[in-house]
Write a protein that binds this ligand. Structure first.
Ligand SMILES: [Ca+2]
Length: 499
């Protein structure tokens, strides 16, 4: 014991509590009650030193207890010792001489490791070999069966958890668990290997293991080839993939882990607009992106040896749907058959194409797919619609109802007061019209040359023989067809005076 006992630097403190500054060597703290009549029964606390690391390999080649181990010998009697009479490997082993240990049945002798760090490795195990025979007192009905318990503590020995407990025939390494009467010294074939899973203690910094021999005055127990170790791991490397990196707003992406070196923890961040926004666990994870953008995706992985972060900046492109269309500009009241009617919208955000529809019987003569079209109307009213679209789908359409007026055809028929006249005689022409509107326009012609004025009648006395008079009527109706209307021809015969 390499310690300093508080201010009492001696072994007789006459107090029920002491304060200890520990040194670097394991050992026992013992307290013995004393009176003038003598000593009471002592109590002992085994103190382990921290700092043990794996692999911890102990073959008892040098000493029992080994350096940094402690030996708890409750009765100060027979206890664990080093022997070269038997070994699994090397030249020595640890022996618990139950044979002949007649005192203190049930007393315990403990071989205890220092505190061992299980940090930085996984899948820790304890392997050891033992050899044992119990005391076979054939015919006496008084066999004697000792035990071996193996315990683990992670709180400096305050509490212990049992890892292994065998005794008598279950501990025996003879054939069929037999015992024997003679003092037991194993042959090389009488050692048994044991393997205890300590993975539950992975990551603990102070793991103490003790081998407890429980005396029944049976036969000898041997330990050798103790090995405590874990699997070395390395820090993981984070990586992941997505089933697609371009998606429309509202679409889903499946993320799959591609990390290496066996991560044990995963922390995902799927970036702006993602649902779910984060996740744990290896996945795969299905994520919905509701808003357009270029979210950055991050995966952090870790294991007992470290962590690693993989950030994929702007990894996903979330494309938007087109915005809604504004109002359609253009004349909403048109004539049947009207041509050159232009309808226009403002450019729509995120639209790559525009689909127009026009009333039945109407045709788009220019501009389909653009923000402006030219329409020739038929004879049926209806709606003009425009729907913006892109690779993600359609935006909200706009509608312009078209009021369509049927067209009328003007007609004109002219009549003369006389068609056979004498030279110089006045002839009066009158136009009979239909669909001329409130303010029709007349053009009178003699032999195709405009003459006269814009009235429904025309009078002249300047006609020559075989002159042809006609008229054109231009209707004032908003919607008219075959405009202007051409009248019939009236040929005039002028008779000559007798010569
Ligand atoms: Ca003892």
């Amino acid at each position: 014991m390499d310690g300093t006992f508080g201010k009492y630097n001696n072994s007789r403190t006459r107090t029920t509590a002491i304060t200890v500054t520990m040194g670097s060597t394991a050992g026992n703290i013992t307290v013995t009650p004393i009176s003038t009549c003598g000593n009471g029964t002592a109590a002992t606390l085994s103190v382990s030193t921290a700092g043990g690391s794996t692999p911890l390999v102990e073959g008892f080649e040098t000493s029992v207890p080994p350096s940094n181990w402690t030996l708890n010998n409750a009765d100060n009697g027979t206890t664990w010792s080093r022997t070269t009479a038997a070994f699994a490997t090397g030249t020595a082993s640890a022996k618990m001489t139950f044979f002949g240990y007649t005192a203190n049945l049930g007393t315990k002798d403990e071989l205890q490791t220092q505190a061992i760090s299980f940090v930085g490795k996984t899948s820790h195990t304890l392997t050891f070999k033992h050899a044992y025979a119990w005391m076979d007192r054939t015919g006496t009905a008084n066999d004697r069966r000792d035990s071996l318990r193996i315990l683990v503590s992670t709180d400096c020995g305050n509490t212990w958890t049992q890892l292994f407990y065998k005794g008598g025939n279950t501990l025996s390494t003879l054939t069929s668990g037999a015992g024997q009467q003679a003092a037991f010294t194993p042959t090389s074939g009488q050692w048994v290997s044991n393997n205890i899973d300590l993975s539950a203690y992975d990551g603990q910094s102070g793991v103490i293991i003790k081998f407890v021999a429980i005396n029944r005055n049976g036969n000898n127990l041997y330990l050798d080839d103790i090995n405590i170790n874990g699997t070395t791991t390395v820090a993981p490397i984070a990586d992941f993939s997505a089933n697609k990196t371009t998606v429309c707003a509202g679409g889903t992406v499946v993320f799959t882990d591609a990390s290496s070196n066996a991560p044990t923890n995963y922390s995902w961040d799927f970036g702006a607009g993602a649902s779910p926004a984060i996740a744990t666990g290896v996945g795969p994870h299905t994520v919905t992106y509701s808003t357009s953008g270029t979210p950055t995706v991050t995966l952090v992985v870790s294991n007992i040896s470290g962590s690693n972060t993989n950030t994929k900046t702007n990894y996903i492109s979330v494309d938007p749907l087109p915005s809604a269309v504004g109002a359609i500009s253009g004349g909403a009241s048109v004539c049947e058959g009207a041509t050159g009617n232009v309808f226009t919208i403002s450019s729509v955000s995120n639209a790559s194409d525009y689909t127009w529809t026009v009333p039945s019987g109407s045709t788009i003569t220019a501009g389909m797919g653009s923000t402006s079209i030219t329409v020739t109307f038929g004879s049926t009213a209806g709606d003009i619609t425009i729907t913006p679209s892109n690779a993600c789908g359609n935006g909200t359409a706009a509608i312009l109802p078209i009021a369509l007026t049927n067209s009328v055809a003007p007609t004109i028929f002219i009549a003369a007061t006389d068609t056979t006249i004498c030279s110089g005689q006045q002839v009066d022409f009158t136009a009979n019209t239909t669909n001329g509107g409130l303010t029709p326009t007349y053009v009178w012609k003699i032999n195709g040359t405009p003459s006269g004025s814009n009235t429904a009648t025309f009078s002249t006395s300047l006609l020559n023989d075989q002159d042809v008079v006609s008229a054109e009527l231009t209707s004032s109706e908003v919607c008219s067809s075959a405009n202007p209307a051409i009248s019939n021809n009236v040929k005039i015969e002028v008779l000559s005076a007798p010569s």
